[in-house]
Design a protein around this ligand. Structure first.
Ligand SMILES: [Fe+2]
Length: 235
């Protein structure tokens, strides 16, 4: 069933559920950082991978201290998602995306133990509102790095019109405010036979500053990079 009700314009209080209590959150963060350290062992830079493979890739700009722009949360965030770095299941058959990056503060210091929530629609443009397919949270490792195995989402029609493919994200340093934003894809992305340039140009909510740097396609999928720069204290 296609869900056409992603208004992407409603700011619900559900994001408050994303904020864990300090004591529990810190404990969880420490455990998760340790666990993530194993699963995220030596996350490979997409730039390094592309260079090793002889593939061209625009170099991800170094952290310049400019905070990642916020975007509307939309109505389809679900709290209590599972902790995981891999969204690939038998039901998920879209164009693969191996996304990684670093979470920095505005002084460009990496932020270990930062909580990152991802949620997105599938290869058909559908969000899983009954379960948690293509939804999950994770913590950055000791170097502030994250990695997510997922797919490129498809475009869909919502209350705000045609939405270009995007991944919803919330990022929060331990004890800090929550950044809510959306990540987009370059105009030359090849997936589902769609014209990403046209889709991006038609999306009224799109922010080019939140475009993932992609390498590929190779082996049927893309490698992507996106670094977040977030506040660590409420302003
Ligand atoms: Fe959406």
């Amino acid at each position: 069933m296609r869900h056409d009700h992603d208004a992407d314009g409603e700011h619900t209080s559900s994001r408050r559920a994303f904020i864990r209590t300090t004591s529990v959150g810190m404990t969880a963060a420490l455990v998760a950082t340790s666990a993530a350290g194993a699963s995220l062992a030596a996350p490979v830079s997409p730039v390094q991978e592309a260079r090793a493979a002889g593939r061209p890739l625009a170099v991800t700009p170094a952290c310049d201290g400019h905070e990642t722009p916020a975007a509307t949360e939309g109505p389809l965030f679900k709290p209590q998602s599972p902790e995981r770095t891999d969204f690939i299941t038998p039901a998920v058959s879209g164009v693969r995306l191996d996304l990684s990056g670093i979470v920095y503060d505005t002084a460009c210091k990496p932020l270990p133990g930062s909580l990152i929530e991802f949620w997105q629609c599938d290869q058909n443009g559908d969000y899983d509102t009954a379960g948690f397919s293509l939804r999950g949270h994770q913590y950055t490792n000791s170097r502030g790095a994250f990695r997510l195995r997922t797919i490129i989402p498809r475009d869909y029609w919502g209350r705000w019109g045609k939405r270009a493919p995007h991944i919803h994200t919330q990022v929060q340093a331990p004890g800090g405010p929550v950044l809510v934003t959306q990540l987009y894809f370059p105009d030359d992305t090849q997936a589902y036979g769609r014209d990403f340039a046209e889709l991006n140009a038609s999306d009224r909510l799109l922010n080019r500053a939140c475009t993932i740097t992609l390498a590929g396609p190779q082996g049927g999928g893309y490698t992507g990079a996106f670094d977040f720069v977030i506040q660590t204290t409420a302003t």
